[in-house]
Write a protein that binds this ligand. Structure first.
Ligand SMILES: [Zn+2]
Length: 168
């Protein structure tokens, strides 16, 4: 049984390992992640967040304007390049419930990942999708969005999460 884990769980600070090849186990894990993410509800999830140190990310969001659904799994995702242009957007994280902050990141990225057929996919992403994937890929190397804030702000947010979980 896998469940969401929260800060300051040390598994969120560890590096997820690269997958040798995508098999049944990874595909089942990704299905479970999708389910946990959608129920939460969240728009992205990294395997670290359910305590599994494998390089798997799931994403699901609906575009506000086009109403188009984007839902897929990335195995071994790697960012290949970042745009020089940056943008500030509000971020939250299922591992830090009820905490939000404005974070500046590159606007667009190009990345590669394996799909469930072990094919290497290369993709340019922008907008919300770029934002979600940068946040999730950070998780795979033990990085959290609050790491972009001052240590003072970060510690306040982590304290608030502890309080929230105690009172939940
Ligand atoms: Zn997160």
């Amino acid at each position: 049984m896998n469940n969401l884990i929260y800060v300051p769980n040390p598994l969120l600070r560890q590096k997820a390992l690269e997958i040798e090849s995508v098999g049944k186990e990874e595909i089942n894990l990704a299905k479970k992640m999708m389910q946990i993410m959608i129920e939460a509800p969240g728009v992205g999830l990294a395997a670290n967040q359910i305590g599994v140190l494998k390089q798997i990310v799931t994403i699901f969001f609906i575009d506000n304007e086009t109403k188009k659904e984007t839902k897929y799994t990335l195995y071994n995702p790697k960012i290949l390049s970042y745009s020089n242009e940056t943008i500030v957007m509000e971020e939250g994280c299922l591992s830090l419930p009820e905490q939000f902050a404005e974070i500046e990141r590159p606007k667009n990225i190009s990345l590669q990942y394996l799909n469930e057929k072990n094919q290497i996919i290369k993709k340019n992403v922008k907008g919300v999708e770029s934002r979600i994937l940068q946040h999730e890929i950070d998780h795979l190397s033990g990085k959290l969005f609050v790491d972009y804030l001052s240590s003072l702000k970060r510690n306040i947010m982590i304290k608030k999460v502890k309080k929230y979980l105690r009172e939940k």
